[in-house]
Write a protein that binds this ligand. Structure first.
Ligand code: HEC
Length: 187
């Protein structure tokens, strides 16, 4: 759900009329584009992932912390609310990072595209499965979005490392760790 909530794997109805829109403007709907695999938004791994005409700005805010501090009901309400959210009817083909980014950068109005049960699933995922990345590695961020940079040390802090990973470039190791934890890639 966090990667691509409209996928078959996530159980989304493939006959939904919005599927074409989700696929054409995927990065405007994928949680991970705006919040990062590490949930740290533009202060994390995506500190240098600037916007393009087909990709919005990365959001500020740490949704791992937000999910931790809110009660399940509060988090559900925050995900479901319509105020401050982008309407599904908004034409994303007009997005331009410098001249027309306000609506595109907004969080999609999930109440228009997901059922309460699906929003509850995402809430549960954020509360119980989202990882505290500080347990996985040490990160040092320099500069500010979108021109900052990140470096990582001590990858696989918790000692599950397999020796082969250490011959790879640090970014590749990190991507593997995150993908493995998100079950996108079973090693
Ligand atoms: C196009 C960018 C974008 C996408 C896609 C997006 N968000 Fe957001 N999200 C934001 C922005 C910007 C904020 C901060 C402003 C706000 O709360 O409205 C935010 C806020 C949040 C918050 C905090 C809400 C609060 O009231 O504190 C949570 C939790 C969250 N997003 C989860 C998600 C999840 C889960 C998904 C995927 C289903 C998602 N977001 C998709 C941009 C996005």
């Amino acid at each position: 759900m966090y990667d691509k909530f409209w996928s078959t794997e996530a159980g989304y109805n493939q006959s939904d009329p919005n599927i074409t829109k989700f696929n054409s403007f995927a990065d405007f709907f994928r949680c991970k584009q705006c919040h990062g695999w590490d949930y740290l938004g533009n202060a994390g791994l995506y500190i240098n992932r600037g916007p393009r005409t087909n990709r919005p700005n990365v959001a500020s805010g740490n949704i791992y912390q937000i999910a931790k501090t809110k009660t399940p009901q509060e988090l559900f309400n925050a995900l479901k609310k319509s105020e401050g959210r982008r309407d599904i009817s908004y034409d994303l083909s007009t997005y331009n990072p410098t001249t027309n980014n306000v609506e595109g950068d907004k969080m999609p109005n999930l109440s228009q595209i997901l059922s309460d049960a699906q929003i509850w699933e995402i809430m549960k995922y954020l509360k119980t499965e989202a990882l505290d990345v500080t347990q996985l590695y040490d990160a040092i961020f320099t500069g500010t979005y979108p021109t900052g940079s990140a470096s990582y040390t001590n990858i696989e802090k918790d000692g599950n490392a397999d020796a082969g990973k250490y011959s790879m470039h640090k970014d590749v190791q990190l991507a593997m760790v995150l993908m493995e934890r998100h079950s996108l890639w079973k090693i």
